[in-house]
Design a protein. Structure first.
Length: 74
């Protein structure tokens, strides 16, 4: 049973998969320190939040479509 690890799902973000594999190293000296894990996770969370904000900004910038109904009553 020792040394067995779950399979990383195919759609796992690459950076998260890399972190999991590093944490699962057989040799504990090769595993990241907890502070490193936190830094990596914070960085990933910031990237996700930044990407979400970018998508929201793009939605606001794109011209809004006015429905045919609204156009017909003007």
């Amino acid at each position: 049973m020792l040394g067995l690890r779950p399979t990383i799902p195919r759609h796992t973000p690459p950076k998260l998969g890399e972190l999991l594999e590093r944490c699962w190293q057989q040799d504990p000296s090769l595993r990241p320190e907890f502070s490193q894990i936190l830094d990596i996770l914070r960085h990933m969370a910031k990237r996700v939040a930044d990407e979400r904000m970018d998508r929201q900004r793009q939605k606001r910038k794109s011209p809004r479509r006015v429905s045919a109904f609204v156009q017909s009553i003007n």
